[in-house]
Design a protein around this ligand. Sequence first.
Ligand SMILES: Cc1cc2nc3c(=O)[nH]c(=O)nc-3n(C[C@H](O)[C@H](O)[C@H](O)COP(=O)(O)O)c2cc1C
Length: 324
Amino acid sequence: MMDWTDRHCRAFHRLMSREVTLYTEMVTAQAIVHGDPARLLAHDAGEGPVVLQLGGSDPEMLARAARIGVAHGYDAIDLNCGCPSDRVQSGAFGAVLMRDPALVAACVAALREAVAVPVSVKCRLGVDEQPVEETLPRFLETLRAAGLRAVTIHARKAWLEGLSPRENREIPPLDPALARAMVAAFPDLAITLNGGITTLEGVRAALAQGFAGVMVGRAAYNDPAAILLAADAEIYGQPAPFAGPAEVAHAMRARIARHIEAGGRMHAITRHMLGLFHGRPGARTWRRLLSEGASGGLAAYDAALDAVGATPEGAGAHGAGQGA
Ligand SMILES: Cc1cc2nc3c(=O)[nH]c(=O)nc-3n(C[C@H](O)[C@H](O)[C@H](O)COP(=O)(O)O)c2cc1C
């Protein structure tokens, strides 16, 4: 998710779940090929499995970007066909590609030839006035013929004009039943459901319906303890890496200290952690102390840890329930 799932966010999320697949923000193929790939693609060694999501529609450029991405250690490549952005200089990318399955198929074929890692597509049901019951299966059929084996469907349309990107995540109605129909129609495609799933119960329900996976976006970011920290035990049958959010907060301290020592701003990491205590005692105090201490250095982080009882010395001493 653009501006959200950067490397610091992903490191934080990986700490909470060893099992889930993480995705980068969308990075345009052009930026990777002509820009500064070392900066754009830098990530932690232990962050995988992590999928590099590319934006673009020039098969040659996408192939080059994918090769560079794999050389930087990414585990899979995903092509964005869901972002409701306008055309950019490099051509069309994102949801507008739902209108051009042949071009997306050419992109998929080029990506598959360029890299040995899995290649997937993230799409919408369709765009604008498309009759999606007809156009979505045609889109998937064309991509499957190009060798696509995995697709994530954000189960709502995108409106390319008149709605902001944010409105395009909220206003077009969700239609998971159509995505489910695609599971039945394309048994050889691994179809992941996305859109509006906010609980692990919802994840389990979608898996029980035959989806190969479930992608959780905003809920995982806004309430990571409920989704990510619980996922290993509840979805994968593995032990949770930490007992609770306080332990996660404490474990993040070393990374924050290293980042500050290297000249970075604490906020670059802690801005992704504001929701860690969402709905729990201390949530509001945690959020406030992290926000106020954004440039305050490690002492500010320690004060926030202390407030939620996350440091051994401070455990419970300051009343974790304050300000919840
Ligand atoms: C801030 C933000 C940035 C996003 N950036 C991307 C992106 O780069 N690529 C993408 O495929 N989807 C992006 N999305 C859409 C989400 O991946 C997801 O499809 C959408 O939020 C619906 O899922 P959810 O209801 O679980 O959040 C973004 C969403 C948000 C809120």
